[in-house]
Design a protein around this ligand. Structure first.
Ligand code: ATP
Length: 398
């Protein structure tokens, strides 16, 4: 077991492509760290630098108490798991799992014992004599995981290991990885562009954009206190609703609405100016269903209703332009498509989503009254895109 640290790591390809830009991340012993971000943000490169498959341009890499920056891959004792399972088609499941041990000239009986132990952990004990061609995608990926586990490496590096699986299997394997991690408590660095995986698997999440670390925090913190507009727009599904709003004296207005400012937030610096206001879809509720304390209400015309059974997405347009910045665009490129939220915003229209109780009676074309909680509002500086800190961080109340 080992902690892993990147200290000021930069990777430049050729003369121009700064794939990783001065990134420092310390991963605790036994921690599950997820690197997440849109395509091209540098997450796979970080993994390759950690593994020793690529060399850093600048900075240091530490594993345990050892600086390994210049150490070749095979001396780092890390196991990598990729999306393409990389198992040998001519070998049986048992041979595949035990291959790494065989290379290390481990005793035959020890190999057999370890292979069986790992196969049991992964539910592969009935398939040990089968060839990969006779296995499902999920089973194959389990073999690849088994091959990594059996060696007992100091840490696992996983690069989108579930992305080749269909949606149902992905959810199943996600739970399985969480279970394996709970059992082995091995330091794990996990790369994904899927923010649901990031949120569900990570002890902490490192959000990257253009090779630069945007935020490093627990999934809850990244969701509840995104450090900037990019993180706000990237993490969360459906994504956070964003609109430019004008700060008044104790209130804030956007589109056709004027709402009280949250109690603990000091926005005096922005009075009579604009901020970017962010409201999570889950922080809007059908006012007719809401039974909690009195809250302000906004009314809107419903465009589309998506009934997901346990909850409902009410999509409505508001009378304000969309927030389009370099950060929101970067986040949108990879916006989670899993939920099926249609990107219906046409030029000049800002589309909001409310994730409400399924008892909501809103229908396409009807009006909806939505209860809002200003204490859960997020604010971002329109110039810098960074979060405007509040005295009582939004969303920490419950
Ligand atoms: P994806 O999710 O698409 O795999 P990523 O976040 O893992 O993306 P990287 O593969 O780390 O991103 O790439 C980061 C940047 O570095 C990209 O701009 C990519 O084009 C560039 N890059 C990666 N490998 C090389 C290479 N060998 N030579 C030149 N440029 C590279």
């Amino acid at each position: 077991m080992a902690r892993i640290a990147l200290e000021g790591v930069t990777k430049v390809f050729g003369h121009e492509v700064i794939a990783v830009n001065d990134v420092s991340i310390e991963i605790g012993d036994g921690e599950f760290m997820v690197l997440v971000g849109p395509s091209g943000c540098g997450k796979s490169t970080i993994l390759r630098l950690l593994s020793g498959l690529d060399e850093v341009t600048d900075g240091e890499i530490w594993i345990g108490d050892k600086q390994v920056t210049d150490l070749p891959a095979k001396e780092r004792d890390l196991a990598m798991i990729f999306q393409n399972y990389a198992i040998y088609p001519h070998m049986t499941v048992a041979q595949n799992i035990g291959f790494g041990l065989k290379l290390r000239r481990t005793k035959k009986t020890t190999i057999q014992e370890r292979v069986l132990e790992v196969a049991q952990m992964l539910g592969l004990q009935e398939m040990l004599d089968r060839k990969p061609a006779t296995l499902s995608g999920g089973q194959r990926q389990r073999v690849a995981i088994g091959r990594a586990i059996v060696r007992d490496p100091v840490a696992f590096l996983m690069d989108e290991p579930l992305s080749n699986l269909d949606a149902k299997l992905r959810v199943q394997m996600r739970a399985e990885l969480a279970r394996i991690h709970a059992r082995l408590s091995r330091t794990t660095v996990y790369v994904t562009h899927d923010q649901v995986e990031a949120m569900t698997l990570g002890d902490r999440v490192a959000v990257l954009k253009d090779g630069v670390l945007q935020q490093l925090a627990s999934p809850q913190e990244v969701f509840r206190q995104p450090a900037n507009l990019f993180v706000a727009a990237f993490i969360g599904s459906p994504p956070m609703n964003l609109v430019e709003a004008k700060v008044g004296d104790g209130d804030i207005s956007f589109a056709d609405y004027r709402l009280p400012l949250p109690s603990g937030t000091d926005l005096s610096e922005y009075r009579n100016r604009s901020v970017i206001l962010g409201i999570r879809p889950s922080d809007l509720e059908d006012a007719d269903v809401w039974t909690g304390e009195n809250r302000p209400v906004i009314e809107a015309n419903v465009e589309i209703v998506e009934d997901l059974g346990t909850e409902m997405n009410v999509i409505f347009s508001i009378n304000a332009p969309p927030v389009v910045t370099e950060q929101t665009q970067a986040a949108e490129e990879d916006a989670s498509t899993e939920t099926g939220i249609p990107l219906i915003a046409s030029e000049g229209t800002n589309t909001f989503t409310a994730r409400v109780d399924p008892r909501c009676r809103a229908r396409s074309g009807s009006r909806v009254r939505l209860s809002v909680d200003p204490d859960r509002f997020h604010f971002f500086d329109p110039e810098t895109s960074t979060a405007v800190l509040s005295k009582h961080p939004a969303g920490l109340a419950s």
